[in-house]
Design a protein around this ligand. Structure first.
Ligand SMILES: [Zn+2]
Length: 266
């Protein structure tokens, strides 16, 4: 049948049908989400509204925080050790406000998240143990993203989702009783190529309060610039979605995350 298709657009449409890729509600059959963040505040900044809506609908959301957040200060009286402790407390409070009950800390040093076999295996182990239906992570191809932890967290998440299903990858985990696990839904946040939007207009103020729970990050003078920035981002996605405030995500069929020259088109 496919050999009769002569046009790329027709082929793409048929291929997506074949792959059962449906963007109308990627979370429809999702009961558990792993949200991967480079630092203790990225899940709420990128997806706070979406997370609140998911937990309200009974979905379990677990955060995986890659680093300890210990560099996030301009205060030279605050040691990196003290700051890491403060940031854990703030992240726990912020997560609770969104209905998130559990945070897994990998505690890599802030600004030094390594793109290594070790870090990849850490994430594979978590995916195999937690068995999430969906994994969400920062888009590592966000143009001009300057923070290496953000780029690397995105790449590590992609690698881990690709490899967690392979029994010969990190096979000592499998021998120790962890089953290979296939993640059904993978999505990017902090993306410039969103293809799915969540209307967060009714939870925007709660999202902002949950971001401000990170008091060490958002002092009054910092917040003066950040509140307008965060509202502008939400309006940017909202305009694309036809609502006031939205969050934008990018979902792709697993197959398109490898050797696909037209992956950007969906
Ligand atoms: Zn960050």
């Amino acid at each position: 049948m496919f050999e009769d298709v002569n046009d790329f657009e027709d082929a793409l449409e048929k291929l997506l049908k074949e792959l059962e890729f449906d963007l109308s509600n990627p979370f429809e059959e999702v009961e558990k989400v792993l949200c991967i963040e480079p630092h203790p505040d990225d899940c709420v900044i990128g997806l706070g509204g979406t997370i609140k809506k998911l937990t309200d609908a009974g979905v379990e959301v677990v955060y995986v925080c890659m680093t300890d957040g210990s560099m996030g200060t301009l205060d030279d009286d605050l040691s990196s050790h003290e700051l890491a402790i403060v940031r854990k407390r703030e992240e726990e409070e912020s997560a609770r406000m969104l209905g998130v009950k559990r945070i897994i800390w990998l505690d890599y040093r802030d600004t030094e998240l390594p793109y290594t076999r070790e870090a990849r295996k850490d994430l594979v182990k978590i995916i195999r143990a937690e068995k999430p239906d969906a994994v969400l992570a920062p888009d590592p191809w966000l143009p001009y993203e300057a923070h290496p932890d953000h780029r690397r967290a995105g790449f590590l998440a992609l690698d881990a989702v690709a490899f967690s299903q392979l029994p010969n990858f990190a096979s000592t985990d499998v021998a120790a009783g962890l089953e290979p696990h296939q993640v059904e839904v993978f999505g990017f946040y902090y993306t410039a190529k969103p293809n799915y939007f969540v209307d967060i207009t009714d939870v925007m103020e709660l999202k902002l309060r949950a971001i401000r729970a990170h008091r060490s990050q958002f002092t009054d003078d910092v917040w003066e610039k950040w509140e307008p920035f965060l509202r502008t981002v939400a309006l940017y996605y909202g305009k694309k979605a036809g609502v006031k405030y939205a969050e934008g995500l990018r979902f792709m069929p697993g197959m398109f995350l490898h050797i696909t020259p037209f992956a950007e088109l969906i």
